[in-house]
Design a protein around this ligand. Sequence first.
Ligand code: 0L1
Ligand code: MG
Length: 254
Amino acid sequence: MTLAQLTEILDAAAVDGHTVDRPTDSIELTLPDAYAVQRAVIERRLARGESSTGVKMGFTSRAKMVQMGVDDVIWGLLTDAMQVEDGAVLDLGGLIHPRIEPEIAFLIGSPISGRITPAEAVRSLAGVAVAYEVLDSRYEGFRFTLPDVIADNASAARYGCGIWQPADVRDLSNIGLLVEIDGRVVATGSSAAILGHPLRSLVAAARLAGEAGIALEPGQIVLAGAATAALPLPRGAHVRILGDGLGGVEVTTR
Ligand code: 0L1
Ligand code: MG
């Protein structure tokens, strides 16, 4: 299998919502190869008319890094077709085995790329919001190696953000986040689970952008990472994510 064939297979799997074999079961896939496939999958989507909306950071919790045997974060690329408006209905029909996780999202206000400090990261921001990510691995049972999941765009499927708040007026290090499904609290966590401080995830996003030879541009979103483990997302559910002092975001599934 060539990287071009793998790109086509993963693109179709994400669009139609079907599982595919893990590429590393049959070919050797380096991390640069995997990121090249990820970029090529998104370029196909952009060529079909979608637009780039930002990036999602993955493996931002110590527990997930240990589980995967890695010591760095990964990223995936977001498009407008993955974006869900706050309060909207999300059709899970095209997804395989969706899971939802509560996140902190950043809105970029001025370009960042390469090595930056947390203070520079804050100054680059136009806002911060409570958000969620819907993950949907294109591999059976969410089982994959690191190159497999990078090629599969870090399991990115859908995401939604609440109302943007000023980013420089509050301490983001320990924002309590809770997930309610149909009015019942099903998970609680803290923004501290995101690399100890979600700004570290933004700094890492700028570094990965620099390594990829691009910048995170004004208007783009960085999904910083999850505050809890990802939860199975059923149909017919009303999900509300609330962040201490940061508002919330809601979605109803069907
Ligand atoms: O942290 C994340 O957003 C997950 C990255 C991809 C791995 C997974 O599907 O759990
Ligand atoms: Mg995530």
